[in-house]
Design a protein around this ligand. Structure first.
Ligand code: E4P
Length: 217
């Protein structure tokens, strides 16, 4: 399973990239706003920090303008992945862009039928929003299960990029279901390494090691 981080905070991305565990980055207009930086500049910097796909989202709602925006975004770096919304215009842009060799992430997916359309439009990634689905009284993980089943039924190449993940259990369940990629905020990714018994074990070992009076170096 690939790990993307969902942020436009370059300090956080740099820190996670240094672990060697990061396979890509996702951004959205809200995260760009939060960064307080210029969109094209911050995307360019992020593309230099990771080798994998960096999702940069178009903001137009119509196909023609989406294509113009995508043209500008594609020039930033080879690893830019154009993020388009799951609308008819977004799907049309997805088809045109992937036919032209671009990486495309279709975002704001809230149903398995939407995911089916994105796969038919040749999407590189489909982003079902698990947390926002849950927030509205639906079952976000059941959505991932349905999409996995449908994509496997027809051997679609589109990768399931489970998005809007809020906590480590979401990540665990997505891994069990077989999501191809997860994207989560830096804090959630860091939380995956935490366990109270790991901390307790380390404390015990450190205390006993101190009693030996030895050093390794
Ligand atoms: C995915 O690409 C989105 O940027 C993201 O996961 C949205 O998450 P949120 O629902 O926590 O805003």
């Amino acid at each position: 399973m690939k790990f993307f981080v969902d942020t436009a905070d370059t300090a956080e991305i740099r820190e996670l990239a240094a672990t060697g565990l990061l396979d890509g980055v996702t951004t959205n207009p809200t995260l760009i706003h939060k960064s307080g930086r210029k969109f094209l500049e911050v995307v360019e910097e992020i593309c230099g920090l990771v080798d994998g796909p960096v999702s940069a989202e178009v903001v137009a709602l119509d196909h023609e303008t989406m294509m113009k925006e995508a043209e500008i975004l594609r020039k930033i770096a080879d690893n830019v992945c154009i993020k388009v919304p799951l609308t008819i215009d977004g799907l049309k842009s997805c088809k045109a862009l992937t036919d032209d060799g671009a990486l495309v992430n279709v975002t704001l997916c809230f149903s398995a039928n939407q995911a089916l359309l994105a796969a038919k439009a040749g999407a590189s990634f489909i982003s079902p929003f698990v947390g926002r689905h849950d927030d509205n009284g639906f079952d976000g993980l059941a959505l991932i299960e349905d999409i996995r089943l449908i994509y496997d039924n027809y051997q679609f190449d589109t990768e399931i990029l489970a998005a809007s993940l809020r906590h480590p259990i979401h990540v665990l369940e997505c891994a069990k279901i077989g999501a191809d990629v997860i994207t989560a905020p830096p804090a959630v990714i860091k939380m995956l390494s935490k366990h109270v018994l790991t901390d307790k074990g380390l404390e015990g070992f450190a205390a006993d090691w101190a009693k030996t009076g030895q050093t390794i170096l």
